[in-house]
Ligand binder design. Sequence first.
Ligand code: FES
Length: 103
Amino acid sequence: MSNVIKVAKHGEMKNGEARSVTVDGTPIAVFYVDGHYYALADSCCHRGGPLSEGTVDGTKVACPWHGWEFDLVTGACETEPSARQPVFEVRVDGDDVVLVLPN
Ligand code: FES
């Protein structure tokens, strides 16, 4: 079983846009870049900065608080290699963009 949560209508997010959705108290950042969606834990693993408010450059986002850069695909931190953001499955389901979370 999985938990499917609607995030947006497909086509309503602009290229490079991010939005934060909270699921069971956990903020998740959903990004739309060049036709693809990505989802990372929104709370930066450094000190909790909101990655959904960060600067997106291709498939990287820089945290708005201290600038650590994360790969949107893998969650790997390019600034501090021992750090990593959790990533989540996000996909287009009909007209909707949905997060698919394990129960
Ligand atoms: S809180 Fe994100 S880099 Fe410090």
